[in-house]
Design a protein around this ligand. Structure first.
Ligand code: DAH
Length: 356
């Protein structure tokens, strides 16, 4: 073996011995400098090429370049292995550097509730509805009074409201009292006053109530719908909501309409759909509690009082309204069994790959 071949062997085997004991990316960087840096073992050999005869040089050059490529490759392989191990360790310790760019997974995704809202809005847009938004800090008048719930109305007890303390008295003028809206229904009257009739709108948004337990959050999301036209019948409302539910869940579901009560609709109904978890086949089902039905939406023919509050003549126009919880819809569709997951910063539940 020539002198150079001996030296190449020597560098190669000492590198191989050294690299196996490297345990951190910092140590790996030092090893790289030791071999490939300005004064590195391999660099010294490459520099010695100049002292060889012109006949010896090409072959020696080829051998050394091949060695350099091999070392660079081994360093890169080792670097990847170390990064993975360091990531796994950091994750196990809960020490994840959130400022690092994501590896492997596509960056960013919609929150399940936002995704649900987009899907429902898209279906309703297909039925000719536009999106209307209203304020989350609302006046008593829009949240209650114009919806046929005067201050003495017992239906106000159904909603425990966050009032703004500074507006509690408001010179005795209750209608101007400010509060966090308890539902998206106030957008109905705001939209009628703004756009007039005919009107088809959906109003998604955050709402607030004094509720906080495993199945209730003080902030949650609703979507309201309102249609005001001439000679609207209840069957149009039924058909639209069946279309919405089937479209959202992606199949034809059994549904039933139950008589109910809301001050702003007359008559009022609630829509139940067949249990999307068990299809009504499991008497121990945790989602429908064995009833086979899921309550998903309140609705009814808009009360003439509300149409009039919207500046529209109820003799000329009538309509219907409906309201549903978007968090609940997201939980049903994506099989999320605890409301708190939706408001948690820990995304691992959603990244665990449950199919929709
Ligand atoms: N606002 C009601 C609630 O928060 C939901 C609702 C029921 C909205 C019936 C409607 C409706 O528009 O017609 O519980």
């Amino acid at each position: 073996m020539s002198d150079l071949e001996n030296q190449v062997e020597e560098v190669k085997s000492s590198f191989d011995r050294a690299v196996v004991s490297i345990a951190t990316t910092d140590a790996l960087q030092k090893l790289k400098v030791q071999y490939l840096g300005k004064k590195g073992a391999l660099t010294v050999l490459l520099k010695s090429l100049g002292s060889l005869s012109p006949e010896e040089r090409p072959l020696a050059g080829e051998t050394l370049n091949a060695l350099r490529d091999a070392l660079e490759q081994k360093i890169e392989d080792k670097r990847q292995t170390l990064i993975r191990a360091e990531d796994a360790e950091a994750e196990a310790l809960g020490r994840v550097d959130v400022t690092l760019p994501p590896r492997g997974r596509p960056a960013g995704a919609f929150h399940p509730v936002a995704q649900t809202m987009h899907e429902i809005v898209a279906i309703m847009q297909g039925l000719g509805y536009s999106v209307a938004l209203g304020p989350e800090i609302e006046e008593d008048y829009y949240n209650f009074e114009c919806l046929n719930m005067p201050s003495w109305h017992p239906a106000r007890d159904m909603q425990d409201t966050f009032y703004f303390p500074d507006s509690e008295e408001s010179d005795g003028e209750t209608s101007k009292r400010r509060l966090l809206r308890t539902h998206t229904s106030p957008v109905q009257v705001r939209a009628m006053l703004r756009y007039g009739a005919p009107l088809r709108i959906v109003c998604p948004g955050r709402v607030y109530r004094r509720d906080n337990d495993p199945t209730h959050s003080p902030m949650f999301n609703q979507l309201e719908g309102l249609l005001v036209e001439k000679d609207v019948s209840f069957s149009v409302l039924k058909g639209s909501l069946i279309e919405l539910m089937n479209g959202f869940f992606g199949r034809e579901l059994k549904s039933r309409f139950r008589a109910s009560y809301f001050p702003f609709t007359e008559p009022s109904m609630e829509l139940d759909i067949e249990c999307v978890e068990c299809g009504g086949k499991n008497s121990n089902c945790r989602v429908c509690r064995g009833t086979g039905w899921l309550e998903v939406c309140g609705m009814g023919m808009t009360h003439p009082f509300v149409i009039r509050a919207g500046g529209i003549d109820p003799e000329e126009y009538n309509g219907f309204a409906f309201g549903m919880g978007l968090d609940r819809m997201a939980m049903l569709k994506y099989g999320i069994n605890d409301l708190r997951y939706l408001f948690d910063g820990n995304v691992s539940y959603f990244l665990s790959g449950r199919d929709a």
